[in-house]
Design a protein around this ligand. Sequence first.
Ligand code: SF4
Length: 390
Amino acid sequence: MNTARNGRPPEAVYIHIPFCTNKCFYCDFNSYVLKDQPVMEYLYALDREMEETVKKTPPGVIKTIFVGGGTPTVLKPDEMAYFLDSVRRHFPHWDEQIEFSMEANPGTTDIDKLRVMKEGGVNRVSFGVQAFQNELLSGIGRIHNVDDVYRSLENARAVGLNNLSVDLMFGLPNQTVDMLRESVAKALELGLPHYSIYSLKVEENTLFHTLFNKNKLPLPNEEDELAMYLLLMSAMEAAGYTQYEISNFAKPGMESRHNITYWRNEDYYGLGAGAHGYVGRQRHMNIKGVNPYIEASRSGLPRLDSFPVSEQEAMEDFMMVGLRMREGVSGTAFRSQFGKPLEEIFEAPLHKMLAAGLLEQAGDTYRLSKQGILFGNDVFGEFVGVLTEV
Ligand code: SF4
Protein backbone atom coordinates (compact mmCIF):
# COMPACT_ATOMS: atom_id res chain seq x y z
CA MET A 1 0.00 0.00 0.00
CA ASN A 2 1.26 3.42 -0.93
CA THR A 3 0.58 6.70 0.84
CA ALA A 4 1.74 10.21 0.21
CA ARG A 5 4.93 11.40 1.88
CA ASN A 6 3.04 13.27 4.59
CA GLY A 7 1.17 10.07 5.41
CA ARG A 8 -2.02 11.22 3.71
CA PRO A 9 -3.31 9.96 0.38
CA PRO A 10 -3.55 12.46 -2.50
CA GLU A 11 -6.48 14.86 -2.33
CA ALA A 12 -6.47 15.53 -6.08
CA VAL A 13 -7.40 13.31 -9.02
CA TYR A 14 -6.56 13.81 -12.70
CA ILE A 15 -8.38 11.67 -15.29
CA HIS A 16 -7.59 11.68 -19.00
CA ILE A 17 -10.11 11.19 -21.80
CA PRO A 18 -7.96 10.94 -24.93
CA PHE A 19 -10.55 11.48 -27.68
CA CYS A 20 -11.20 14.50 -29.88
CA THR A 21 -13.48 15.12 -32.83
CA ASN A 22 -10.40 15.95 -34.89
CA LYS A 23 -6.77 16.83 -34.27
CA CYS A 24 -5.96 20.53 -33.92
CA PHE A 25 -2.97 21.57 -36.00
CA TYR A 26 -0.82 22.57 -32.99
CA CYS A 27 -1.76 19.73 -30.64
CA ASP A 28 0.76 17.30 -29.19
CA PHE A 29 -1.45 16.14 -26.33
CA ASN A 30 -2.25 12.46 -25.99
CA SER A 31 -5.44 12.64 -28.04
CA TYR A 32 -6.87 10.56 -30.86
CA VAL A 33 -9.56 11.25 -33.42
CA LEU A 34 -12.77 9.82 -32.02
CA LYS A 35 -14.07 8.03 -35.11
CA ASP A 36 -14.02 4.23 -34.60
CA GLN A 37 -12.39 4.45 -31.16
CA PRO A 38 -13.52 1.88 -28.54
CA VAL A 39 -14.91 4.53 -26.19
CA MET A 40 -16.90 2.21 -23.89
CA GLU A 41 -13.97 -0.22 -23.71
CA TYR A 42 -11.78 2.69 -22.69
CA LEU A 43 -14.22 3.72 -19.95
CA TYR A 44 -14.28 0.13 -18.64
CA ALA A 45 -10.48 0.15 -18.64
CA LEU A 46 -10.49 3.42 -16.69
CA ASP A 47 -12.86 1.82 -14.22
CA ARG A 48 -10.40 -1.05 -13.77
CA GLU A 49 -7.50 1.35 -13.34
CA MET A 50 -9.43 3.30 -10.69
CA GLU A 51 -10.22 0.06 -8.87
CA GLU A 52 -6.56 -1.05 -8.85
CA THR A 53 -5.39 2.43 -7.90
CA VAL A 54 -7.59 2.79 -4.84
CA LYS A 55 -6.66 -0.74 -3.75
CA LYS A 56 -3.02 0.35 -3.77
CA THR A 57 -3.54 3.83 -2.35
CA PRO A 58 -6.94 4.10 -0.66
CA PRO A 59 -8.28 7.62 -1.08
CA GLY A 60 -9.32 9.93 1.72
CA VAL A 61 -11.39 13.01 1.18
CA ILE A 62 -10.97 14.29 -2.37
CA LYS A 63 -10.69 18.05 -2.79
CA THR A 64 -10.25 18.39 -6.55
CA ILE A 65 -10.96 16.29 -9.62
CA PHE A 66 -9.91 17.40 -13.08
CA VAL A 67 -11.02 15.59 -16.22
CA GLY A 68 -8.87 16.64 -19.15
CA GLY A 69 -7.94 15.42 -22.55
CA GLY A 70 -8.44 15.20 -25.34
CA THR A 71 -11.95 16.47 -25.17
CA PRO A 72 -13.90 14.82 -22.34
CA THR A 73 -17.14 16.30 -23.67
CA VAL A 74 -16.99 14.10 -26.78
CA LEU A 75 -18.49 11.40 -24.55
CA LYS A 76 -22.18 10.86 -25.29
CA PRO A 77 -24.56 11.53 -22.40
CA ASP A 78 -24.88 7.82 -21.48
CA GLU A 79 -21.10 7.34 -21.68
CA MET A 80 -20.61 10.45 -19.56
CA ALA A 81 -23.08 9.15 -16.98
CA TYR A 82 -21.26 5.81 -16.77
CA PHE A 83 -17.89 7.54 -16.44
CA LEU A 84 -18.99 9.94 -13.71
CA ASP A 85 -20.65 7.15 -11.78
CA SER A 86 -17.43 5.17 -11.99
CA VAL A 87 -15.44 8.11 -10.58
CA ARG A 88 -17.89 8.47 -7.72
CA ARG A 89 -17.76 4.76 -6.88
CA HIS A 90 -13.99 4.62 -6.61
CA PHE A 91 -13.50 8.03 -5.01
CA PRO A 92 -16.62 8.22 -2.84
CA HIS A 93 -15.60 10.82 -0.24
CA TRP A 94 -15.69 14.34 -1.56
CA ASP A 95 -14.91 17.51 0.31
CA GLU A 96 -18.00 19.70 0.65
CA GLN A 97 -16.21 22.35 -1.37
CA ILE A 98 -14.87 19.97 -4.00
CA GLU A 99 -13.75 21.53 -7.26
CA PHE A 100 -14.70 19.09 -10.02
CA SER A 101 -13.54 20.49 -13.35
CA MET A 102 -14.01 19.18 -16.84
CA GLU A 103 -12.45 20.46 -20.03
CA ALA A 104 -14.92 21.09 -22.81
CA ASN A 105 -14.90 22.01 -26.44
CA PRO A 106 -17.61 24.52 -27.39
CA GLY A 107 -18.55 22.32 -30.36
CA THR A 108 -19.37 19.32 -28.17
CA THR A 109 -21.52 20.58 -25.31
CA ASP A 110 -25.23 20.25 -25.83
CA ILE A 111 -27.58 20.82 -22.96
CA ASP A 112 -28.32 17.12 -22.26
CA LYS A 113 -24.66 16.37 -21.82
CA LEU A 114 -24.09 19.38 -19.59
CA ARG A 115 -27.02 18.26 -17.45
CA VAL A 116 -25.49 14.79 -17.04
CA MET A 117 -22.17 16.41 -16.11
CA LYS A 118 -23.83 18.57 -13.48
CA GLU A 119 -25.78 15.64 -12.05
CA GLY A 120 -22.57 13.57 -11.94
CA GLY A 121 -20.87 16.16 -9.75
CA VAL A 122 -19.01 18.38 -12.24
CA ASN A 123 -19.14 21.94 -10.93
CA ARG A 124 -16.55 23.74 -13.05
CA VAL A 125 -16.15 23.72 -16.82
CA SER A 126 -13.18 24.98 -18.75
CA PHE A 127 -13.94 25.76 -22.40
CA GLY A 128 -11.23 25.70 -25.06
CA VAL A 129 -12.28 28.87 -26.89
CA GLN A 130 -8.83 30.03 -28.10
CA ALA A 131 -9.95 33.03 -30.22
CA PHE A 132 -12.99 35.05 -31.23
CA GLN A 133 -12.27 35.11 -34.97
CA ASN A 134 -13.63 32.23 -37.03
CA GLU A 135 -10.80 32.51 -39.55
CA LEU A 136 -8.22 32.04 -36.78
CA LEU A 137 -10.14 29.09 -35.33
CA SER A 138 -10.29 27.24 -38.63
CA GLY A 139 -6.64 28.14 -39.25
CA ILE A 140 -5.59 26.21 -36.13
CA GLY A 141 -7.88 23.25 -36.81
CA ARG A 142 -10.55 23.89 -34.18
CA ILE A 143 -13.97 22.43 -34.93
CA HIS A 144 -16.01 25.17 -33.26
CA ASN A 145 -16.89 28.70 -34.29
CA VAL A 146 -17.62 31.82 -32.26
CA ASP A 147 -21.40 31.17 -32.19
CA ASP A 148 -20.71 27.77 -30.58
CA VAL A 149 -18.86 29.56 -27.79
CA TYR A 150 -21.87 31.70 -26.88
CA ARG A 151 -24.28 28.79 -27.21
CA SER A 152 -22.22 26.46 -25.05
CA LEU A 153 -21.78 29.03 -22.28
CA GLU A 154 -25.50 29.73 -22.36
CA ASN A 155 -26.22 25.99 -22.12
CA ALA A 156 -23.82 25.59 -19.20
CA ARG A 157 -25.45 28.42 -17.30
CA ALA A 158 -28.91 27.07 -18.12
CA VAL A 159 -28.14 23.83 -16.26
CA GLY A 160 -26.64 25.70 -13.31
CA LEU A 161 -22.94 25.45 -14.17
CA ASN A 162 -21.67 28.93 -13.36
CA ASN A 163 -18.07 28.32 -12.39
CA LEU A 164 -16.76 28.63 -15.93
CA SER A 165 -13.39 29.34 -17.47
CA VAL A 166 -12.25 29.88 -21.01
CA ASP A 167 -8.85 29.29 -22.58
CA LEU A 168 -7.52 31.77 -25.11
CA MET A 169 -4.34 31.58 -27.18
CA PHE A 170 -1.94 34.16 -28.51
CA GLY A 171 0.91 34.01 -30.97
CA LEU A 172 -1.31 32.17 -33.48
CA PRO A 173 -0.60 32.17 -37.21
CA ASN A 174 -2.05 35.32 -38.82
CA GLN A 175 -3.12 36.69 -35.44
CA THR A 176 -2.53 40.42 -35.02
CA VAL A 177 -2.27 42.39 -31.80
CA ASP A 178 -5.68 43.94 -32.61
CA MET A 179 -7.23 40.49 -33.01
CA LEU A 180 -5.94 39.46 -29.61
CA ARG A 181 -7.25 42.72 -28.13
CA GLU A 182 -10.67 41.89 -29.58
CA SER A 183 -10.56 38.29 -28.28
CA VAL A 184 -9.64 39.40 -24.77
CA ALA A 185 -12.37 42.08 -24.80
CA LYS A 186 -15.00 39.59 -25.99
CA ALA A 187 -13.88 37.02 -23.45
CA LEU A 188 -14.11 39.61 -20.68
CA GLU A 189 -17.62 40.58 -21.80
CA LEU A 190 -18.65 37.05 -20.77
CA GLY A 191 -17.92 38.04 -17.17
CA LEU A 192 -16.41 34.71 -16.13
CA PRO A 193 -14.56 34.07 -12.88
CA HIS A 194 -11.47 32.58 -14.57
CA TYR A 195 -9.43 32.80 -17.79
CA SER A 196 -6.37 30.89 -19.00
CA ILE A 197 -4.36 32.54 -21.78
CA TYR A 198 -1.53 30.56 -23.36
CA SER A 199 1.00 31.33 -26.05
CA LEU A 200 1.21 28.93 -28.96
CA LYS A 201 4.18 26.59 -28.81
CA VAL A 202 5.11 24.83 -32.01
CA GLU A 203 5.59 21.26 -30.82
CA GLU A 204 7.19 18.39 -32.67
CA ASN A 205 4.94 15.86 -34.42
CA THR A 206 2.28 18.44 -35.22
CA LEU A 207 1.12 19.84 -38.54
CA PHE A 208 2.35 23.25 -37.41
CA HIS A 209 5.83 21.86 -36.84
CA THR A 210 5.93 20.57 -40.42
CA LEU A 211 4.71 23.92 -41.76
CA PHE A 212 7.16 25.80 -39.54
CA ASN A 213 10.06 23.78 -40.90
CA LYS A 214 8.94 24.60 -44.43
CA ASN A 215 8.73 28.27 -43.48
CA LYS A 216 5.00 28.21 -44.14
CA LEU A 217 3.65 29.13 -40.71
CA PRO A 218 2.94 32.88 -40.56
CA LEU A 219 3.53 33.42 -36.83
CA PRO A 220 3.55 36.91 -35.30
CA ASN A 221 7.05 38.29 -34.86
CA GLU A 222 8.65 38.38 -31.39
CA GLU A 223 7.83 42.05 -30.91
CA ASP A 224 4.14 41.46 -31.58
CA GLU A 225 4.09 38.41 -29.37
CA LEU A 226 5.54 40.40 -26.49
CA ALA A 227 3.03 43.19 -27.19
CA MET A 228 0.23 40.60 -27.01
CA TYR A 229 1.38 39.27 -23.65
CA LEU A 230 1.74 42.78 -22.19
CA LEU A 231 -1.65 43.73 -23.59
CA LEU A 232 -3.48 40.74 -22.17
CA MET A 233 -1.85 41.13 -18.76
CA SER A 234 -2.85 44.78 -18.49
CA ALA A 235 -6.39 44.12 -19.82
CA MET A 236 -6.94 41.36 -17.27
CA GLU A 237 -5.58 43.48 -14.44
CA ALA A 238 -7.75 46.45 -15.45
CA ALA A 239 -10.80 44.14 -15.41
CA GLY A 240 -10.06 43.06 -11.82
CA TYR A 241 -8.45 39.66 -12.45
CA THR A 242 -5.34 38.56 -10.58
CA GLN A 243 -2.62 36.86 -12.60
CA TYR A 244 -2.15 34.11 -10.06
CA GLU A 245 0.00 32.05 -12.42
CA ILE A 246 1.91 32.90 -15.59
CA SER A 247 -1.01 31.94 -17.86
CA ASN A 248 -3.96 32.07 -15.45
CA PHE A 249 -6.20 34.89 -14.27
CA ALA A 250 -9.00 34.76 -11.72
CA LYS A 251 -11.35 36.82 -9.63
CA PRO A 252 -10.41 36.57 -5.94
CA GLY A 253 -11.12 33.09 -4.60
CA MET A 254 -11.81 31.61 -8.06
CA GLU A 255 -8.32 30.28 -8.82
CA SER A 256 -8.17 26.68 -10.09
CA ARG A 257 -7.49 24.68 -6.95
CA HIS A 258 -6.61 21.60 -8.94
CA ASN A 259 -3.84 23.32 -10.86
CA ILE A 260 -2.53 24.85 -7.66
CA THR A 261 -1.98 21.25 -6.47
CA TYR A 262 0.53 20.82 -9.29
CA TRP A 263 2.19 24.17 -8.74
CA ARG A 264 2.60 23.44 -5.05
CA ASN A 265 4.19 20.13 -6.00
CA GLU A 266 1.56 18.17 -4.06
CA ASP A 267 0.44 14.61 -4.73
CA TYR A 268 -2.28 13.61 -7.18
CA TYR A 269 -3.70 10.45 -8.66
CA GLY A 270 -3.23 10.30 -12.44
CA LEU A 271 -5.56 8.00 -14.37
CA GLY A 272 -6.16 7.24 -18.04
CA ALA A 273 -4.07 6.76 -21.17
CA GLY A 274 -0.84 8.75 -21.02
CA ALA A 275 -1.75 10.29 -17.66
CA HIS A 276 0.92 11.19 -15.13
CA GLY A 277 0.50 10.81 -11.38
CA TYR A 278 2.54 11.71 -8.30
CA VAL A 279 1.99 9.72 -5.12
CA GLY A 280 4.36 9.36 -2.17
CA ARG A 281 7.29 10.88 -4.08
CA GLN A 282 6.79 8.35 -6.85
CA ARG A 283 5.88 9.48 -10.34
CA HIS A 284 4.22 7.37 -12.97
CA MET A 285 3.26 7.68 -16.59
CA ASN A 286 0.61 5.49 -18.15
CA ILE A 287 0.71 3.75 -21.52
CA LYS A 288 -0.34 6.27 -24.14
CA GLY A 289 -2.14 4.38 -26.90
CA VAL A 290 -5.85 3.65 -26.37
CA ASN A 291 -5.81 -0.06 -27.25
CA PRO A 292 -2.53 -0.86 -25.47
CA TYR A 293 -3.86 0.99 -22.41
CA ILE A 294 -7.08 -1.05 -22.49
CA GLU A 295 -5.14 -4.29 -22.84
CA ALA A 296 -2.69 -3.47 -20.04
CA SER A 297 -5.51 -2.51 -17.67
CA ARG A 298 -6.76 -6.13 -17.79
CA SER A 299 -3.74 -7.35 -15.86
CA GLY A 300 -2.85 -4.58 -13.42
CA LEU A 301 -1.97 -0.93 -13.50
CA PRO A 302 -1.36 0.21 -17.11
CA ARG A 303 2.02 1.80 -16.47
CA LEU A 304 4.53 2.86 -19.09
CA ASP A 305 6.96 3.98 -16.44
CA SER A 306 7.10 4.49 -12.71
CA PHE A 307 10.03 5.89 -10.80
CA PRO A 308 10.93 7.43 -7.47
CA VAL A 309 11.67 11.15 -7.38
CA SER A 310 14.87 11.93 -5.49
CA GLU A 311 14.87 14.64 -2.88
CA GLN A 312 17.01 16.81 -5.13
CA GLU A 313 14.59 16.51 -8.02
CA ALA A 314 11.64 17.15 -5.72
CA MET A 315 13.33 20.33 -4.48
CA GLU A 316 14.00 21.51 -8.02
CA ASP A 317 10.42 20.72 -9.02
CA PHE A 318 9.20 22.66 -6.01
CA MET A 319 10.99 25.76 -7.33
CA MET A 320 10.17 25.24 -11.01
CA VAL A 321 6.45 24.84 -10.52
CA GLY A 322 6.09 27.04 -7.44
CA LEU A 323 7.62 30.06 -9.12
CA ARG A 324 4.96 29.87 -11.83
CA MET A 325 2.51 31.18 -9.26
CA ARG A 326 2.33 34.85 -8.44
CA GLU A 327 2.37 33.94 -4.74
CA GLY A 328 5.78 32.38 -5.37
CA VAL A 329 7.50 29.93 -3.04
CA SER A 330 7.90 30.28 0.69
CA GLY A 331 10.75 29.13 2.87
CA THR A 332 8.19 27.85 5.36
CA ALA A 333 6.51 25.56 2.80
CA PHE A 334 9.92 24.38 1.59
CA ARG A 335 11.02 23.54 5.12
CA SER A 336 7.80 21.67 5.82
CA GLN A 337 8.28 19.50 2.70
CA PHE A 338 12.04 18.96 2.97
CA GLY A 339 13.06 19.95 6.50
CA LYS A 340 15.77 22.23 5.11
CA PRO A 341 16.13 25.98 4.60
CA LEU A 342 15.33 27.17 1.08
CA GLU A 343 17.94 29.94 1.19
CA GLU A 344 20.72 27.51 1.94
CA ILE A 345 19.82 25.00 -0.75
CA PHE A 346 19.26 27.55 -3.54
CA GLU A 347 21.50 30.35 -2.34
CA ALA A 348 23.29 30.98 -5.64
CA PRO A 349 20.31 31.07 -8.05
CA LEU A 350 18.21 33.08 -5.59
CA HIS A 351 20.90 35.74 -5.31
CA LYS A 352 21.50 35.79 -9.03
CA MET A 353 17.81 36.19 -9.91
CA LEU A 354 17.20 38.79 -7.19
CA ALA A 355 20.20 40.79 -8.43
CA ALA A 356 18.89 40.55 -12.00
CA GLY A 357 15.54 41.92 -10.86
CA LEU A 358 13.71 38.83 -12.09
CA LEU A 359 12.75 37.65 -8.60
CA GLU A 360 11.49 39.72 -5.69
CA GLN A 361 11.51 38.84 -2.01
CA ALA A 362 9.03 39.56 0.79
CA GLY A 363 9.96 37.94 4.09
CA ASP A 364 10.69 34.29 3.38
CA THR A 365 8.75 34.33 0.09
CA TYR A 366 10.27 34.63 -3.39
CA ARG A 367 8.27 35.32 -6.51
CA LEU A 368 8.71 36.45 -10.08
CA SER A 369 8.89 40.21 -10.49
CA LYS A 370 6.84 41.85 -13.26
CA GLN A 371 9.93 41.63 -15.44
CA GLY A 372 10.52 38.04 -14.31
CA ILE A 373 7.07 37.01 -15.57
CA LEU A 374 8.28 37.80 -19.08
CA PHE A 375 11.35 35.60 -18.66
CA GLY A 376 9.81 32.80 -16.58
CA ASN A 377 11.51 29.92 -18.38
CA ASP A 378 14.94 31.50 -17.93
CA VAL A 379 14.30 31.93 -14.21
CA PHE A 380 13.04 28.35 -13.75
CA GLY A 381 16.07 27.01 -15.60
CA GLU A 382 18.36 28.58 -12.97
CA PHE A 383 17.01 26.17 -10.36
CA VAL A 384 17.60 22.99 -12.32
CA GLY A 385 20.76 20.92 -12.07
CA VAL A 386 22.29 23.01 -9.28
CA LEU A 387 21.96 20.50 -6.46
CA THR A 388 24.59 17.90 -7.21
CA GLU A 389 26.45 18.77 -4.03
CA VAL A 390 23.38 18.66 -1.71
S1 SF4 B 1 -9.26 19.78 -28.75
FE1 SF4 B 1 -7.46 19.98 -27.40
S2 SF4 B 1 -6.69 17.90 -27.09
FE2 SF4 B 1 -8.11 17.84 -28.83
S3 SF4 B 1 -6.82 18.02 -30.62
FE3 SF4 B 1 -7.52 20.09 -30.11
S4 SF4 B 1 -5.92 20.91 -28.72
FE4 SF4 B 1 -5.62 18.68 -28.86
